[in-house]
Structure formats: C-alpha cells, structure tokens
Design a protein around this ligand. Structure first.
Ligand code: F6R
Length: 360
C-alpha cells in the first residue's frame, strides 16, 4: 500500500526517519552487538562485503571502522570475493551486508570465507533469509519491507547500524576519544530528526535540480573520504531509476583523467561531508570543475564554505562526519526519484532489474 504516495520509492524515502530509529532501538537492545564487537576485536583480519547499495554501506563501515577503531577493514564487492580468499584464514571475520539476505553473489562470498574458517557477521533486513541462516551472528536492520526496486531506507538503516557498531568497536579497543564517541552516539540517537530535516530541506531543490539533471546524458558524483560511498550511492540511484549515466569516484582523481570529459554545463554533484579537512580539499575540486564550465551542485552541511562556489547548494543538518550517509543521502535519493518522474519512468520498476538477485 502506497499510503497516498505516487510511488513506493517516495513512500520509502519518507519512511526513513522512522526506519533508522527503529533500527537503532533494535541495536541498543541487541545482545548480539557486544558479541559482534568481541568477534571483531579478536579478529585477525576484518573484511566487509555486499553488492550494489549494500556494498556502499559496507564501504561506509570500512571507512568508519578503520578511522574510529584504528583497525584496517577491507571492503570488497561480493562478486569479487575470489581475490581476497587466498588471504583469509581461521580467525578472520567477514561482515556480509544484504538487505534481502538472498543475494547469490554475497551468499557465495559468505560460504567461501566460512569454508576457510572465517567467522561471519551479517547485516540483513529479512529475518531468517539465506545469509542470516548461514551466519554466526546476524544484526538486523528494521526498515520494514522495501517494495521499490531501488534500495532507499535499507541503505540509511544499514549505515546507521554499522556506524553504531563502529563506535562500539572504537570504544572497546580504547581508540575512540570519549567525547567524540558521545558526540556520535548523540547524533545516532537523533538520526530520525536528522533525516527528517534533510528531507524538508531537500524536497524543493531536489525537484528543481532533477529537471536540469534529467536533461543530461551523463553526470559525475564526487566526494572524498566518508562521502565517497554516499556519492557512489547517489550515482547508482540516478542510473537505475532515471537512466542518466553517472560515474562516481574520489574527487582527487579528477585531474588524473575524468576531468577531460567536463565541458560547459556538465553536471557534477559534490557530496561535502561535515569535516573541515575534506571540505577544504573539495573546495579545490569544485573550483577545478567550475573552471571548465561544469554545473556544480553540492550537498553539504548548513553554512558550508563551498556554498558560494556552487551553482546550487542543498543544505543538510550538521552532524559528526561518521553520519554522512544519514544526513547526505536523502537529497540524492530525491534527485534520482524526481529525475525519473520528470522523464516519465516508473521509479518503482526500473528496466532490467529485480529486487532480489538470486543468480550469479
Ligand atoms: C540498488 C539495489 C541493488 C541492491 C543489491 C544488493 O538500489 O537495490 O544494488 O542493493 O542487489 O541487494 P541486497 O542488499 O538484498 O543483497
């Protein structure tokens, strides 16, 4: 039931404030979180994997876990597991992120790592699906059923849960400053209102920008650090529902090739995390794109220094950088949604795609 929304995708975008809070309440009472933290502390190597959007959540955990807990966490796309297998042994941990819990690529990675003695932690939205059944520990997101083919609320719930896990891990290994830990936990505690604020702030502008972007055949989605998986998620969304070709890469790479493609009014969407170091670097990247006539759009914290350089700026609420997926994803989802609608496509049923991919 679409409860008055024209599409499931929009309904599910708007369900995010509740979905992230339910996921958080679940996590706070989940005795398996301390168990998962213990496995991670004792782990030899830590890997994290997934496909598509779930891979972007996996990359987010790799970044937050590595930075907050000082433990290198290796992320890979689940269908590429074979590369990492020879380096895996007893005592390693693989975290498998899968909304449906049925994705064959991710299930195969799980099985292969398990055979080599790795312990498996999964993050899923579907109780007792295949991946949870074969895992040692499963942490559940509580997004509720996602009907739209494009993943929306499952991404923000996965990243909320994984950020929480990264904080708990950082605390447990004594690497995370107490004040910083409290700040992130406080932000996670208000994740629902952060998403809500982002929705309110983005709705109008996203519609307007969707018109511009839906006329382009191609776009770049750029960021640095913790913003990179979010930029990749934005690019995936607009590809899959609005059929606009979009490429996402860490902004520092521009001058190593991709900027050659940029000409007058080429759209470049910047994800500007709430981190002054990353923001300063991105200022330079925005300038280099502008100098070539790009149409530069930014999603960033209110009052960002990048604002005056950008053609359009979508402000999102300020929060710790680790919450970038919670604060910055919503405008990108809306942009993709409205671009699809603008072009007359049904965002709930993108061509060639299935909600659950149970084949390799
Ligand atoms: C993108 C999307 C897909 C899925 C991917 C993994 O919007 O929906 O990229 O994220 O197929 O699916 P799960 O998370 O069910 O393993």
């Amino acid at each position: 039931e679409k409860s008055g929304y024209p599409h499931f995708m929009l309904k599910e975008i708007y369900e995010q404030p509740r979905a992230v809070m339910e996921t958080l309440y679940g996590a706070l009472n989940d005795q398996l979180i301390p168990e998962a933290v213990k496995l991670l502390i004792d782990a030899g190597k830590i890997y994290v994997t997934g496909a598509g959007t779930s891979f972007h959540a996996a990359e987010h955990f790799s970044i937050t876990g590595t930075k907050l807990a000082g433990k290198p966490i290796i992320s890979f796309i689940s269908s590429e597991y074979d590369t990492y297998l020879p380096a895996t042994s007893e005592g390693d941990v693989l975290i498998v992120v899968s909304q449906s819990g049925e994705t064959m690529d991710s299930l195969k990675a799980l099985r292969a790592f398990k055979r080599r003695g790795a312990r498996i932690i999964s993050v899923s939205n579907v109780i007792d699906s295949a991946i949870p059944r074969e895992s040692h520990i499963t942490l559940y997101t509580r997004a509720g059923p996602e009907i739209g083919v494009a993943a929306t609320k499952t991404f923000t719930t996965q990243t909320t849960l994984l950020t929480y896990l990264a904080v708990r891990l950082g605390e447990a290994v004594g690497r995370l400053d107490v004040g910083e830990g409290k700040e992130i936990l406080g932000n996670i505690g208000s994740a629902g209102s952060l998403v809500k604020e982002a929705l309110e702030s983005a709705e109008k502008l996203a519609k307007k920008l969707a018109t511009a972007i839906s006329r382009s055949s191609s776009a770049y989605y750029l960021s640095r650090g913790v913003g990179v998986p979010v930029a990749k998620e934005g690019a995936l969304k607009i590809k899959e529902v609005a059929y606009v070709h979009a490429e996402s890469y860490p902004a520092g790479e521009s001058k190593h090739g991709p900027i050659a493609l940029v000409e007058n009014s080429f759209p470049v969407v910047f994800v500007i995390p709430n981190d002054s170091y990353l923001e300063a670097l991105l200022l330079g990247n925005i300038e280099e794109m502008k100098a070539r006539g790009a149409y530069v759009v930014g999603v960033g914290p209110e009052g960002s220094r990048t604002m005056e350089l950008l053609n359009e700026f979508i402000p999102v609420p300020k929060a710790h950088w680790a919450l970038t997926p919670v604060t910055h994803t919503v405008p990108l989802q809306l942009l993709a949604y409205y671009a699809a609608v603008e072009k007359g496509f049904d965002p709930d049923k993108p061509r060639n795609l299935a909600k659950t991919v149970t084949v390799e």
